[in-house]
Write a protein that binds this ligand. Sequence first.
Ligand SMILES: [Ca+2]
Length: 304
Amino acid sequence: MTIPIILDCDPGHDDAIALLLALASPEVELLGVTTVHGNQMLDKTTENALRVLELVGRSDVPVARGADRPLVRDLQVAAHVHGESGLDGPELPMATAQPVDQPAIDFIADRIRPGTVIVAVGPLTNVALYLEAHGTANVERIVLMGGAIAEGNMTPAAEFNIWADPEAAQRVFRCGRPVTMIGLDVTHKALLTPAWADRFRAAGRVGTFVAELVEFFKLYHARTYGWDGAPIHDAVALAQVFRPSLVRTEHRNVEIEVESELCRGRTVVDLWRRTERDPNADVGVDVDSDAFFELLLERVASLG
Ligand SMILES: [Ca+2]
């Protein structure tokens, strides 16, 4: 049975690759794409989503614009990671399609069906606003890329997506539906290395596009971590939706730090059950990196 999904994203290099994986995977039915501020301003992330769809001849997939800023915090984008366009590096065709004439949360309400998984790979503003307006009916679960058990990439304490809109993240983790958290502990274990990039390049036009995205995306990771390769964070979350065996998870309580400035947006994961707080999330702790990239390569290659 195919799994209906909404992809809520802020493309973004790894978002773009997650979108390609969704398009190429028969296990999921992509009901639509919703965009959010994050890696860049909303206008840019929306345009990037449309242009990636254009590249692969899928401008039929509807794209709905979401929130252009966090619930209460000031907007801050990740141009230092994704460049001025939000998707610097490869050439992309101009989009011929426009976003649908409906805000993201209304769009989701119209399209959602029983069993739908919301795959949220940007700041969680849209998801929080959707849950507030429409509740959790038909939301099977939420799979999100964000957070970390024990590290950060925006600050020493926090991962970017959660840091960007911690109040939204707090609402999502408390929403009562199953939440799967794919954080840095997982995604940093799956680096698309030069050897993998060569295989993607050899896999065709879309594979070459992926390799070119990584060529830019890895610069930040080389500067920051000294790595020769880049994590493809958001695609790991997408893959987990239909191939959960790729990621080992632990059912744990996760709370979001919203008061401290020092630890703003920290995902406080009770990994060792030091509290009585009820588990509210399946937290990714490990990933089969080779199996993930084999899957991604196979699917990207199928796009031509
Ligand atoms: Ca993202």
